[in-house]
Design a protein around this ligand. Sequence first.
Ligand SMILES: Cc1ncc(COP(=O)(O)O)c(C=O)c1O
Length: 381
Amino acid sequence: MTRTSFNTKVVHHKMSQAQIQNSKSTPIYQTSAFTFKDLDHMESYYKGESPYLYSREKNPNTDELGMTVANLEEAEAGVATSSGMSAILAGILSVAKAGDHIVAAEDLYGGTHKLITKELQTFGIEVSMVSFTDTDKIRGYIKDNTKLLYTESISNPFLRVENLQQLVELANEFGVKTMVDNTFATPYLLQPYTSGVDLVVHSGTKYIGGHSDVTCGVLVGGEELIQKATEKVVTLGSNLSPFEAWLTQRGAKTLGLRMKQQSDNAHKLAQTLSDNRFVKQVYYPEFVSDKGHGAIVTIELDHQIDIETFFRSLGWIKIAPTLAGVETTVSYPVRTSHRALSEAERENIGINDFVIRLSIGIEDSEDIIAQFEQCIAHSIK
Ligand SMILES: Cc1ncc(COP(=O)(O)O)c(C=O)c1O
């Protein structure tokens, strides 16, 4: 061993293999690349005999997260990406290319709506946005070049629950693929892949991570499609960082516990607000699964409520342009998630100035209910 001096010594110091312990939690592989002892060893990567070369392509932490969500969804494979949006794009591009056509539900999350209506055109992909409430209506839009039907298992913000069975039957009739955003339901409540959906996508930023400290996406499905989607992720550079994958993986461990408590709280709040005469309409799914109906409640306030005062009177409940954290938060679709839509597009799906989306947390239900009732009472004009 040659003697080395200061700078060489510090750069090359590392734990010996013998010192690497059986860590209870997965270590964070915060590395951009992996090293090789010789050229044969490096060649073994290209032969598929050793797993890692470069983190944009593959990393143990992102692999762990992809496989965890795939397991929860009972799918074969999964890939973790930098955001829900990049997972959606990778999924769509794994199925559709220039000259192809996709049919998507018109009541999608605003960002997805924008991606599909504005960006996909630049890839040469033709799009029809349609109401998915009627299968026959969807059928009327399927053409020879249609490759994909795209929707959300629970829609945002009005919480329409998709009939996945019917959708899959329709897709099979025409030999087209299906892709479902399962962010609001999570695999704790629904597993669209088990109903025959080809690709299931999550904004892991939401319930999978659960703590509002990461931005990430996960796409799961069969081996072949996930392999194609992974190639897109690698080429577009929309991979997830190892640390964010690790944080999301840690959050996922309590997904079931959080969803149970959050769904129970949301159900109780929805029931209480239904009896409040200053709440014109409560949107909460009648049935999602035997385990619960989700943790989002959307309300349309009565026009006697002053909206500015409502948002100023929330007490410990925060205004946040997101959902799914352990804390209860409220968001204003007109000014956040659906801001990108024109007024006519918003009107078409029923979003107006009095529509507010509540993301219910893990706090004690009586406190959540009391805080909202107090806030509404305080905001009467
Ligand atoms: C249902 C749904 N899908 C996808 C996304 C996009 O996810 P991300 O913000 O992680 O890119 C969101 C974001 O709010 C969402 O609500």
